[in-house]
Design a protein around this ligand. Structure first.
Ligand SMILES: NC(=O)c1ccc[n+]([C@@H]2O[C@H](COP(=O)([O-])OP(=O)(O)OC[C@H]3O[C@@H](n4cnc5c(N)ncnc54)[C@H](O)[C@@H]3O)[C@@H](O)[C@H]2O)c1
Length: 308
């Protein structure tokens, strides 16, 4: 059944894929985004359904809920580029914590909301090897992960207070079109599309569980359609990890050319985890969801894309 859906952060990288996917499923999508990182066209909704407002502005956020009366709320707005969060810890905490309180308070008081989805991150897990299950130890190692763990606690407390079914999705590393932050994929993509065949990159060995934003979006809608009761947490990843070198090899295969890697000390992160892999059995069991996008397929589309 068609729902009225409010996406915070819907003009961003993952939010824009989600907006597209939910509209393809026939839902009426509204977006709240302050466009600090996102771009207006990415929201993919007409002006009447787009609200440029900071989630920390409680009055403005309440007004968005009054105007839209959403059935589903998917709260993705946050700052999350780790180097940015490290440099701006107060801003990161303000947006990710106070902003979340503002969105959840509006969801509580406006009476239309049937289900809430809150975006968290694999960064809430401690450094470890092997696939991370949802009920394993938690231990964020940076300010970003700490703010997101707080976001999860706020979501749990929101559910206890309101009884509105609330799902937290711990996103692993997203890849796909329109990435707004200089993570690995857009960094490689931009250099190649600019003509470089020697890539300047940071650490080459850390492995990550990369999942396409279209698959993430399908996982989020599957969780909401499944009507998960109460409060629950799900990893959203593919359950496969790739090193930086392996991602560069995928670009080489799609380009049909050899690439040379030059380690740029400025890009090497001081604190880096070597593994971050999702255990996705719980998501699959609850929803029947399976990822559809392979790395090479995603890379092929990135090489066709014009980078702004
Ligand atoms: N990209 C990833 O690999 C990844 C991994 C784990 C978790 N996440 C989480 O997924 C969510 C979406 O991330 P993304 O990669 O699409 O990032 P993004 O920066 O592209 O999207 C976030 C959006 O939120 C908006 N925003 C930021 N502060 C705001 C504020 N105060 N008020 C209103 N809007 C605001 C930005 O303009 C942007 O459009 C975030 O919650 C992030 O923490 C992302």
């Amino acid at each position: 059944m068609s729902k009225k859906v409010l996406i915070t952060g819907g003009a961003g990288f993952i939010g824009s894929a989600l907006s597209k996917h939910l509209q393809e499923l026939g839902h009426e999508v509204f977006v709240q985004d302050d466009l600090s990182f996102g771009r207006r066209p990415l929201a993919g909704v007409p002006d009447a359904r787009f609200f440029q407002a900071d989630i920390r502005d409680r009055k403005a956020t309440q007004a968005v809920f009054d105007a839209t009366r959403p059935n589903w709320v998917l709260h993705l707005a946050a700052v999350h580029f780790i180097p940015y969060c490290n440099e701006h810890p107060v801003v990161a905490a303000d947006i990710n914590i106070n902003g979340t309180i503002s969105v959840l308070d509006a969801a509580e008081t406006k009476g239309s909301v049937e289900q809430v989805f809150v975006a968290s991150t694999a960064a809430v897990y401690p450094i470890a090897e092997g696939a991370m299950p949802e009920d394993g130890a938690l231990g964020p190692m940076d300010i970003y992960g700490t703010t997101k763990l707080a976001t999860e606690k706020l979501a749990s407390e929101f559910h206890l207070r309101t009884r509105i079914p609330t799902v937290v999705g711990r996103f692993f590393n997203a890849f796909g079109p329109n990435e707004t932050n200089p993570h690995l994929f857009p960094t490689i993509q931009r250099q190649i599309l600019d003509g470089a065949r020697t890539l300047k990159l940071g650490n080459l060995d850390p492995k990550r569980d990369y999942i396409h934003t279209a698959d993430m979006s399908r996982a989020m809608s599957a969780l909401l359609n499944a009507g998960i009761p109460g409060y629950d947490t799900f990893n959203i990843g593919r359950g496969i990890e790739y090193s930086v070198r392996e991602i560069v090899e995928a670009f080489e295969r799609q380009l049909g050319e050899k690439l040379t890697i030059e380690v740029d000390p400025a890009r090497v992160r001081k604190v880096e985890r070597m593994h971050l892999l999702a255990d996705v059995r719980k998501l699959k069991q609850a929803t029947g969801w399976e990822p559809q996008w392979e790395i090479d397929e995603g890379v092929a589309t990135l090489l066709k894309e014009n980078v702004e």
